[in-house]
Ligand binder design. Sequence first.
Ligand code: NDP
Ligand code: PYR
Ligand code: MG
Length: 641
Amino acid sequence: MMSLSRTSFLNNLGVSELYNPVSSKQKRYAASLKVVASTSRTGDRNGTVVMESVVKETREALTAVEEEPKSAVGGGVQDVYGEDSATEDQFVTPWNVSVASGYTLLRDPHHNKGLAFNDKERDAHYLRGLLPPAVVSQDLQVKKMMHNIRQYQLPLHKYMAMMDLQERNQKLFYKLLIANVEELLPVVYTPTVGEACQKYGSIYMRPQGLYISLNEKGRILEVLRNWPEKNIQVIVVTDGERILGLGDLGCQGMGIPVGKLALYTALGGVRPSACLPITIDVGTNNEELLNDEFYIGLRQKRATGQEYAELMHEFMTAVKQLYGEKILIQFEDFANHNAFDLLSKYGTTHLVFNDDIQGTASVVLAGLIASQKVVKGALSDHRYLFLGAGEAGTGIAELIALEIAKQTNTPVEEARKKIWLVDSKGLIVSSRRESLQHFKKPWAHEHEPVKTLVDAINDIKPTVLIGTSGVGKQFTKEVVEAMATINEKPIIFSLSNPTSQSECTAEEAYNWSQGRAIFASGSPFPPVEYEGKVFVPGQANNAYIFPGFGLGLLMSGTIRVHDEMLLAASEALAAQVSQENFDKGMLYPPFANIRKISAEIAAKVAAKAYELGLATRLPQPKDLVKYAESCMYCPSYRNYR
Ligand SMILES: NC(=O)C1=CN([C@@H]2O[C@H](COP(=O)(O)OP(=O)(O)OC[C@H]3O[C@@H](n4cnc5c(N)ncnc54)[C@H](OP(=O)(O)O)[C@@H]3O)[C@@H](O)[C@H]2O)C=CC1
Ligand SMILES: CC(=O)C(=O)O
Ligand SMILES: [Mg+2]
C-alpha cells in the first residue's frame, strides 16, 4: 500500500476538490465527500488499491447524505440536491461524482467493457444487476458490432453508430476499427466524415473535442485546462474553413480532427488519451450555416487579419505552455491563405505539421516512387501537371522537386521546371507572377497563357496528372483520353475529397484509358473490371502517412519537423508495396497492414530525426521498428481487480 496520505496521493493523481457547494445540505455533502476521484487516473497497481478505498469511502458518504432526509413512507422521489424544485433563475450545482464503479463505470468509455465484465469484476465493481447475466468476449462484441453496423444502409448512420460506440466503449471502438480497417475507414473518415461535418449540427449529441472560439480570447489556457486528460501529445486543430473539398463548414469542421485522431490511434497506435481534437471557431462565411437554426458555431462572419492572428497566437502559446515543447500540433483543413503562413510562422518555434501540405505531399511522393516499378524511368524523367495549386498541389509539387533534386544532385529550382500547375485561372505562367499568391510563385514558368486543362495537357505533355482542385468531375473523358494518347501508362491521381469532389472515378480512369491508367484517388473506389482484368485503385490519402509520421516524432521526442523526414516517410511507404500489389494495379499497400506500415514509417522518421539531431529521446533505441511497435496502444481489455 501507499505510504502517502490519501489527500496528497490524490493530489498527485490530479484529483480535484469538490467544488462550489451552494446549499447547507450540499455543503455538508461536500464536506463528507471531501474529494472526488478522477476516473481517468486509475490503472497502476497501488493507485487502483487506493482508488478502491476512495470508492468505498465515497459510497459511504453518499449513502450517509442520501439517508439524511426523512425517507418518504412507501417510497417517492426525493429532490436531494434541490434541483427539481429550483426555478429556472435559481442556481444549482452540477453534481458529479466521477468514481469508476457501478453505473458510472458502465458510462465511462475509457473503462467500460459492457457484457465483457466477468463475474468477479461484476462483484468487485458493483455491477451486479446492472448488466444482463451473459458474459461475452471482446471478439464476440466485435462480431456483433460489425453485424449491427452492416445493417445500416446509409453511411451516415454507420458513422453515427461508430461515434456512439466511441462514446460508450473506447477499447471496443478501436478493436473494431483496427480489425476492420478497410471497411470502416470510409465510415469514420473520408468520404462519410464529410457528410457528417455538413450535418454536424443536426447529428451533434455529445462534445468530442475542445471548441475554442473568439469568445474565449484571453483565456485559452484556462479552456485547455478544462480538457479532462492532462498528458496530451498530439493536437489536431482546424478552423473549419476548407473542410475536404466541401468548403467552409465553420465549427462543424470538428468531425475532421475527431476523425484524424481516431486514425492516429487506430492506424498509428497513439494512445487515445494523448490525443486532443480542437476546433478554432472564428465564425463562418457559409451563409447556409449562418442561417441554419441547428448550427453549433459562432453566428458571425469569419474574423480575419489581426484578430485571427492574435487568437491563433494565443492558442499556439497556450498549447506550448501547457503541454511543453514536444506537443505535436497538426493543422488540418485550414484555408490556404492561413495554412502556409501558420506553418512557416510556427515551424521554427513549435512541433507543427500541416497534413494537407506535408502529409499529402509525402503520400503522393510515395505513390510516385512506387510507380517507378510499373512505369520505367526515374522521377526526373517525368513531367508533372497539377489541377489545383493550393495546399495539396503546391505541397506535393515541392516535395517531388526536393526528391528529384536529391536523386539527381541538382538545384531544386531546376527540378521545379518539370512541374506545372493549373489553378482556377489557367496554367500558372510567368506573365501571371505579380498577381500570384506567394506559394504559387515558384511554379510560374515561362510559357504563354493557357486557359483550359486539356490545352495545358496538349502543351506540356505530362506523364503524371494530379487533381488537387477540390472540384469533382474535372478529369473529363477528353482529359483522360488526352493523357492516354500521350502516354502508354498515364499516371492519374484524383486526390480531391470526398468522393463527390474526386476529379474522376476509378471506373472513368480505367475505361477512358482502355485500362492503361495507373490510378489512385483520395477517397476510396471499389475495384474495377475492364476487359476481364480487375484493377484495384490505390487510395492516395495522407492517412497512410500522418499516423506513422506522428508516432515517429513522438517516440523519438522530436522537437521540429523537417522536409527530410517527409522524404523518409515516403520512401518507407513506397517500400511496403509488394509485387502482388503492383500486379493488381496498386501503388499503395493495403490498409489492412497499416499498423505494420505505420511502424516502418515511424522508424524511418525517427531515424531521420536522430540523424538530424532533432530527437531528444536518448539513447536512440537499437531497433526502431520494434520500438515503434512496442509504443503502440493496444485496445484489448484489461482485467480489473
Ligand atoms: N488525398 C488526400 O490525402 C488529400 C486531398 N486533399 C483534397 O484536395 C483538395 C484541395 O485541397 P487544398 O489544396 O487544400 O485546397 P486549396 O483551396 O488550397 O486549393 C485548391 C486549388 O484548386 C484550384 N481550383 C479550384 N477550382 C478549380 C477549377 N475549377 N479548375 C482549376 N483549378 C481549380 C484553386 O485555384 P485558385 O488558387 O485559383 O483559387 C486552388 O489553387 C480538397 O478536395 C482536399 O480534400 C487535400 C489534402 C489531402
Ligand atoms: C485527406 C485530407 O486531409 C483532406 O482531404 O483534406
Ligand atoms: Mg485535410
